[in-house]
Design a protein around this ligand. Structure first.
Ligand SMILES: Nc1ncnc2c1ncn2[C@@H]1O[C@H](COP(=O)(O)OP(=O)(O)O)[C@@H](O)[C@H]1O
Ligand SMILES: CC(=O)OP(=O)(O)O
Ligand SMILES: [Mg+2]
Length: 363
């Protein structure tokens, strides 16, 4: 079965045609401004020819477990989640509508970042706020990057020769969005992103978790509107906000190498928060088999990965001295290490096509 996968991230639009688990055509728009332009879709379809299904990555699916056919009712229901993922949800829904128009008669499925985390225990999903708020506002930790985690888990299991259900992993997705997830029994058991993908560690342009008192202070003394605060936390924080350079790790690293002290501090904060979160996720696992690093930064910045791991030796994590030279999915921990460290290419496209194949076969 041939599937067109549409993956709108916060910094890029990734289009991929997957057939039998393999990518047969692809098109990536880097530094994507979010405009729903049909041309990249038309280009990739011109290369691949007809497709049997479309899979759209949708970041917020609330408690939806597995792919859903995106009919008008589903799209309307998913529209209600826009305020909980303002960077992603509108883009995904616009693209779902556009592909349905471009490919009449081809089923369009939504596959959700949240599905992998729907089995999280209540002690990980519940916020310590008045119970009345939890019920009235539907507050809970959802977790995101679940399609990436599911693919990383399947790949790690293959690399380590173990069944997915028996592996205990920490998966760090380090792209424009960054998250850390504890995985056990084939599912997420705790994760750094929360009710929204703004929580957790520092990201390219997002702040990650903050002291709620800090936000109250800024609102009280700064006279800022909700929209101004939302925009600052989503687009002008994280690496971009701290460095004043860019949210792109490549540019911040270049500025640091040129002696820029703000870029240097930004990288130190970014790594410190990642290490803190990795240590925090460790408490949800009775044993850690492997740390899996995935996403554009993990895949392409071996020196930064080595710097990250340098501060994690107390968790039994280390990188082999010659690890930086590898490409593709690889083990980077030293030979014989009890806890392995893996770098796995983020392939949400392959995972989405896999989920749709499974769902259609089950019908
Ligand atoms: N050689 C590289 N190619 C692409 N991205 C890179 C490279 N080196 C570092 N990166 C980082 O990876 C980030 C993109 O990661 P990716 O997982 O593709 O993001 P997303 O899917 O969240 O848009 C870029 O912002 C950049 O900082
Ligand atoms: C959930 C999320 O942050 O996704 P991305 O990294 O693609 O922006
Ligand atoms: Mg991504």
């Amino acid at each position: 079965m041939r599937t067109l996968v549409v993956n709108p991230g916060s910094s890029s639009l990734k289009l991929s045609i997957v057939d039998g688990g393999l990518q047969v055509a692809a098109r990536t728009v880097e530094n994507w401004d979010g405009s729903p332009d049909p041309r990249p879709l038309q280009d990739v379809l011109a290369v691949s020819g007809p497709v049997d299904a479309v899979g759209v990555r949708i970041v917020h699916g609330a408690d939806r477990d597995g792919p859903h056919l995106l009919d008008d009712d589903q799209l309307r229901a998913l529209e209600e989640l826009v305020p909980l993922a303002p960077l992603h949800q509108p883009r995904s829904l616009a693209l779902a509508r556009m592909t349905a128009d471009l490919l009449p008669g081809v089923p369009v499925f939504g596959c959700f970042d949240t599905s992998f985390h729907t089995g999280m225990p209540a002690h990980a999903t519940t916020y310590p706020v008045p119970r009345e708020w939890t019920e009235r506002f539907g507050l809970r930790r959802y977790g995101f990057h679940g399609l990436s985690c599911a693919y990383a888990l399947r790949t790690a299991a293959g690399m380590l020769g173990r069944a997915t259900e028996e592996l205990n992993l920490i998966c760090c997705h380090i792209g424009a969005g960054v998250s850390v997830t504890a995985i056990s029994g084939g599912r997420g058991v705790d994760t750094s992103m929360g009710f929204t993908p703004l929580d957790g560690v520092a990201m390219a342009t997002r702040s990650g978790g903050l002291d709620p008192g800090l936000l109250l202070h800024v609102l009280r003394v700064g006279g800022l509107s909700t929209a101004e605060v939302e925009s600052a936390l989503n687009y002008r924080s994280g690496l971009a906000g701290m460095s004043g350079t860019s949210g792109d790790v490549r540019q911040v690293l270049a500025a640091r190498a040129a002696g820029d002290e703000h870029a240097d501090l930004a990288i130190r904060v970014y790594l410190h928060r990642l290490r803190r979160e990795i240590a925090a996720e460790r408490v949800s696992l009775d044993r850690l088999d492997a740390l899996v690093l995935t996403g554009g930064v993990a895949e392409h910045e071996p020196a930064l990965v080595a710097e990250l791991l340098d501060g994690l030796t107390h968790l039994g994590l280390a990188v082999a001295p010659d690890a930086g030279l590898g490409v593709g999915d690889r083990v980077i921990s030293p030979d014989g290490a009890r806890t392995r460290v893996l770098v796995v290419e983020a392939r949400e496209d392959v995972e989405i096509a896999h989920e749709i194949d499974k769902a259609r076969f089950a019908v």
